[in-house]
Design a protein around this ligand. Structure first.
Ligand SMILES: [Zn+2]
Length: 68
């Protein structure tokens, strides 16, 4: 007995319509450290990476660039 009913990949396609996974390049303006993270861009263009702070304790002085 074979079942072909498990073709359920893509269940999360609804999420893909409203958010977009992007690579994000972050550079600390204080110490110059750079980070490449994976982030999610929502429908408003806001990119969420979960990035909190740099190694040098800088929390808000960054250059942030999405790499598509
Ligand atoms: Zn830093």
């Amino acid at each position: 007995m074979r079942s072909e009913t498990l073709v359920s990949e893509g269940v999360n396609d609804d999420v893909a319509l409203t958010t977009q996974r992007v690579k994000v390049h972050i550079r600390c303006r204080k110490c110059g450290e750079t980070f490449i993270l994976r982030g999610v861009r929502d429908a408003r263009g806001h990119i969420e990476t979960g990035f909190k702070r740099c190694l040098c304790d800088n929390e808000d002085d960054f250059e942030i660039e999405s790499l598509g």
